[in-house]
Design a protein around this ligand. Structure first.
Ligand code: PRP
Length: 178
């Protein structure tokens, strides 16, 4: 897979350090609560599993599968729930754990849905944020700001590949422009 990567932007050690800091922040902010951490499958799975272990207060774990990109390199603007949460969000203090925010459509739609379903509070934690937001996002926790480039690895894919790279890198254009 390495030959398909133009350059690495976040090495595993740098990601791990930032994840530890986010875990510490969340542990302090939620110290007398047991928040429900919702993993947005599939992209957030690796960030989520590392982040959960960097948090030292009790948490509940929930998983939902959302999709807006499908096999494309740009958001369709239409968010599909591939697999529902299967958990009643009523009165829960929720932190949505996301790998990347691009247009912001996925997070805004899902946050709104959880609030309509009766969640007590809904905050967003994303590892990466691109500058190309179409909508304002109330973002509480953020790992890194990145440029507007197509990145893969550490959970992020192109056509379901590269998720298992331990680093985050920019994909060569010829791979996704084929
Ligand atoms: C990606 C990513 C976010 C969303 C961000 O998911 O994981 O959920 O797009 O884009 P937005 O801010 O423009 O809405 P994708 O649809 O690729 O599914 P995946 O997580 O299964 O890869």
């Amino acid at each position: 897979m390495r030959q398909d990567i133009e350059r690495i932007i976040l090495e595993p050690e740098r990601i791990a350090q930032r994840v530890m800091a986010l875990g510490k922040e969340i542990s302090e902010d939620y110290k007398n609560k047991a928040p429900l951490l919702i993993c947005i499958l599939r992209g957030a799975v690796i960030f989520y599993s590392d982040l959960c272990r960097a948090i030292n207060i009790p948490v509940k774990m929930g998983f939902v599968s959302l999709s807006s990109y499908g096999e494309n390199s740009e958001s369709s603007g239409l968010i599909k729930i591939r697999q529902p949460l299967g958990w009643d969000p009523i009165n829960e203090d929720i932190i949505i754990i996301e790998d990347i925010i691009d247009t912001g459509l996925t997070m805004n739609m899902y946050r709104q849905l959880l609030l309509e379903q009766g969640a007590r509070s809904v905050k967003i934690c994303t590892l990466l944020k691109k500058p190309s937001q179409k909508q304002e996002i109330a973002l509480t926790y953020k790992g890194f700001d990145i440029e507007n480039e197509f990145v893969v690895g550490y959970g992020l894919d192109f056509a379901e590949r590269y998720r298992n790279l331990p680093y985050i890198g920019v994909l060569k254009k010829e791979i996704y422009a084929k």
